[in-house]
Ligand binder design. Structure first.
Ligand code: PBG
Length: 322
């Protein structure tokens, strides 16, 4: 029945009506809060390009996790800044590594918190690349062995999920085999299945001190122009045993989030990355957007596109504002 009989404004007249017909409901259950862990004690070192986010020593990560838990956020994602970087990223697969220590401390204080360990070499290697370098290039297959070893140390420390983010071919299968071989059959894999070579990781590279010393990541991360290829990455990771798949970044890739959601039955995560966070914080600090409304609108958009889970630095604020 066309206008004037049909009036879509009828269901927008009052807050109650709008609430009843709202299609996407944001809840803290969807949020994963990233933490940057550094060596030392009592450290909360602000990251200039990510206002409100700090590098945290293990004791302070426990305090930060307490906040997340009290706001109803189920999960944290851990990144480590090692004491020493070397060619193979040794601290990444040491049982005493900074992330392994943080996992144990978080599990001891918050047994119900879901602890996810990011799994990549770039923060741990002196060259800042996501794998072992041979003849100036990232050697895919040599890197798989290291990823498997690191995954086992995270599982042994008590991580619920490991999250490989290096876009190596075969990484999920190698990690699954390593975990199963060591008896960690219940440790899951949240794969960064579809990760683009994005300009929006800039602030993260300050936060995690993992910028490449030469070259870039374009031989392993995806070309932002490609969408069909995302479905190939997705299919492989599912076949190799991923439990949750992630699309990253989120905002310039909402079409990809939607396609991935429609192409599989796994839980889908989206990563609202550091550059997306930094842009919003900068605009809000200038009074150019209303931070509260803009953050909730962006997170709702990511959820509406099809993300079941959202990794976001806004998690604490958004949980308070919902
Ligand atoms: C790699 C990794 C990166 C991010 C998460 N894991 C950086 C990169 O690929 O260069 C970026 C996250 C963000 O920007 O918030 N370990």
């Amino acid at each position: 029945m066309p206008f004037p009989t049909t009036r879509l404004r009828r269901l927008r007249v009052t807050p109650g009506l709008r609430r009843m017909v709202r299609e996407t409901v944001l809840t803290p259950d969807r949020f994963i809060y990233p933490l940057f862990i550094v060596h030392g004690e009592g450290i909360r070192r602000p990251i200039a390009s990510m206002p409100g986010i700090c590098q945290l020593s293990v004791d302070q990560a426990v305090v930060e996790a307490e906040q997340a838990v009290s706001l109803g956020i189920p999960a944290v994602l851990l990144f480590g800044v090692p004491a020493v970087k070397d060619a193979v990223g040794s601290e990444n697969f040491s049982d005493d590594g900074i992330v392994q220590q943080a996992i144990r401390a978080l599990k001891a204080t918050h047994p119900d918190l879901v602890v996810i360990a990011d799994l990549c070499l770039c923060e741990y290697t002196d060259h800042g690349h996501c794998g072992i370098i041979r003849e100036g290039r990232v050697d895919n297959d040599a890197t798989l062995e290291i990823l498997g070893r690191a995954a086992v140390t995270y599982a042994r420390a008590g991580a619920d999920l490991v999250a490989p983010s290096g876009m190596m071919d075969g990484m999920v299968a190698a990690i699954r085999a390593a975990l199963d071989g060591a008896g960690f059959i219940e440790t899951g894999i949240l794969s960064y299945a579809v990760k683009y070579a994005s300009a929006f990781y800039g602030p993260f590279r300050e936060a995690a001190q993992g910028a490449p010393k030469f070259g870039d990541r374009k031989t392993h991360q995806m070309d932002p122009a490609n969408a069909r290829e995302a479905l190939r990455e997705l299919a492989l990771d599912i076949e190799e045993g991923a439990d949750i798949v992630m699309v990253k970044p989120a905002l310039a890739y909402l079409d990809i989030v939607r396609r991935v959601r429609e192409a599989c039955e796994l839980p889908v995560a989206a990563y609202n990355v550091s550059g997306e966070y930094a842009m919003l914080k900068a605009a809000a600090a200038n009074g150019w957007v209303d931070e509260h409304a803009a953050v909730l609108e962006l997170l709702t958009g990511i959820a509406r596109a099809g993300a079941d889970l959202i990794v976001t630095y806004h998690a604490l604020d958004a949980a308070r504002w919902i």
